[in-house]
Ligand binder design. Structure first.
Ligand code: ADE
Length: 229
């Protein structure tokens, strides 16, 4: 899978996507991430400006249409994109189901919002999906783009060495994950549940399922009520 991220702050996206599982997925060729500095596509070669004042009376700067048109048109001339995403608090709230379905795509573009917003014509003519990572406002869409890319790449088969562990994540079956423990079996008198030391696979799986169900009912009952989440 290939993800092209368009941003005015490349360094903000590079860091989180250059570590651990997501870096290894790129090294293994499972995912390619290309980060593009929107300023390289500015009409203003001297100051590399990509924003301008909003028409009307709104305060704040708006990302201009020309540089965004230039980079998106160039990328689209090179390959087909399954989705051109804009990160914005207005978008559909990101969840595991969206991450799973996006992980099956071949090429996506993520355009990071910034400043007051982007010229609305970009949203009308280029963007195929708007995604929010939650009901709060960030200074820009870069962290949202990194979060979306991380969640999508880690579910591509092979990204996590033990594939089973991505499948048993919280949310994969609308249930929170059961608790996990490691050695020592007793610490300061605090004991690991005995069943986990029994070696009986079916009983352990049943216990884990019960725990997952109990935690979901207690902490996130909405997940059980709304099966599409
Ligand atoms: N940009 C600013 N806030 C955002 C959010 N909550 N989700 C996605 N992009 C954003």
């Amino acid at each position: 899978m290939r993800i092209d991220i368009i941003t005015v702050l490349p360094e903000l996206v590079e860091g989180p996507l250059n570590c651990s599982i997501i870096k290894r997925a790129q090294d293994k060729g499972i995912a390619e991430i290309h980060i593009h500095d929107l300023r390289d596509y500015s009409s203003d070669k001297r100051h590399r400006r990509v924003d301008d004042y909003a028409f009307g009376f709104s305060a704040g700067m708006v990302l201009q249409i020309e540089p965004i048109d230039r980079i998106i048109t160039k990328l689209k001339s090179e390959r087909h994109y399954d989705e051109i995403i804009y990160t914005s608090p207005d978008g559909e709230t990101f969840n595991q189901k969206m991450a799973n379905s996006m992980s099956l795509m071949e090429n996506i573009i993520i355009l990071c919002g910034h400043y007051k917003g982007i010229d609305h014509r970009i949203r009308e003519h280029f963007i195929t999906k708007e995604i929010s990572i939650g009901d709060y406002v960030l200074t820009g869409g870069e962290l949202a783009a990194a979060i979306i890319s991380d969640a999508v790449i880690r579910v591509i088969p092979g990204a996590i060495s033990d594939e089973q562990s991505a499948l048993s994540d919280s949310f994969q079956d609308n249930l929170l994950a059961p608790p996990v423990y490691t050695r020592p079996a007793v610490y300061h008198g605090w004991e690991v549940p005995e069943i986990l030391l029994s070696g009986h696979q079916r009983h352990i799986e049943e216990w884990e399922h019960q725990q997952a169900l109990e935690r979901t009912k207690r902490l996130r009952p909405d997940l059980l009520e709304d099966p599409v989440k």
